[in-house]
Design a binder for this molecule. Structure first.
Ligand SMILES: N[C@@H](CCC(=O)N[C@@H](CS)C(=O)NCC(=O)O)C(=O)O
Length: 258
């Protein structure tokens, strides 16, 4: 089984955690031409959006991390990641949805500034402040959903944990992690001790160290960053419309297919 992957992608991390929880072996591969938006080649053939993750399982090729997660849960039901009770299942899926849309966008936007230097001076400081404020809001929301449990579903690691893990861990990487001693920090500590997550976070750490060296890839290096839905919204609502306009002028950002 092949997973088109980028180790920094929170969406791909969510899928890898799920596969590892279920003990499903896979080979992770960075697609050729990733980040260019090129519409030819084997990657675009299986996902016209040219986004990771994509799971290839025999004749089935599946894109979108939520769709993949549903597939993985149905194809390898044990151990289950979703709880049995309908309201609890909906709750897990809502946590995932907020992580995939609002939380991921904040992390991504902060990365555009911190890793790729898309803003400098006052604008960079402002976007950094916005990322921090919004991160705190999202972490407070997640803390409420965690409640007094070890995991988001209570006593069992599950769907919402897999979805939230890469988001909160990315904040930790940025120095915006939950306050030491808080329930969310304790949850993050438990995550790091779990084999499926530890392996996935180690891949993230290795790729993040490389990213620092390749920080001009998306500004002068021929790659064009995809500005889509929640990410584009984040940049605009947080005061970075100039970043979008400059990227369009310089041809180093793109919008999604088609
Ligand atoms: N909704 C999709 C989003 C996937 C996505 O945006 N992936 C990013 C990496 S985090 C990507 O591959 N972007 C393509 C690019 O930057 O060229 C999912 O959940 O899988």
């Amino acid at each position: 089984m092949l997973l088109y992957d980028h180790p920094l992608s929170s969406y791909a991390q969510k899928v890898k955690i799920a596969l590892r929880e279920k003990g499903v072996p896979f080979v992770a591969q960075l697609p050729d031409g990733f980040g260019t938006g090129r519409g030819d080649g084997p990657f675009a053939a299986v996902n016209p959006r040219t986004e990771v993750p994509v799971l290839i399982d025999g004749d089935a090729s599946i894109f979108d991390s939520t769709v993949i997660l549903e597939y993985v849960e149905e194809r390898w039901p044990e151990p289950p990641l979703l709880p049995r009770e309908p309201a609890a299942r909906a709750r897990a899926r809502m946590t995932e949805d907020v992580c995939d849309t609002q939380y991921e966008a904040v992390n991504w936007g902060f990365g555009e500034v911190l890793w790729f230097g898309r803003a400098t001076g006052d604008l960079a400081a402002h976007l950094g402040d916005e990322a921090e404020r919004q991160t705190r809001t999202l972490q407070a929301w997640l803390t409420g959903r965690l409640g007094g449990g070890d995991w988001f579903g209570g006593t069992r690691f599950g769907w919402a944990d897999a979805a939230a893990a890469p988001m909160v861990n990315r904040s930790v990487h940025y120095g915006l992690g939950p306050e030491a001693g808080s329930p969310l920090a304790a949850w993050h500590g438990r995550l790091r001790e779990r084999a499926s997550v530890a392996e996935t976070f180690a891949e993230f750490d290795a790729a993040a160290a490389e990213m620092v060296k390749a920080s001009d890839l998306y500004t002068t290096g021929g790659r064009r960053r995809e500005y889509r839905d929640h990410r584009l919204e984040w940049m605009v609502k947080s005061g970075g419309v100039e970043v979008v306009l400059a990227g369009l002028r310089e041809g180093n950002i793109r919008f999604p297919w088609p």
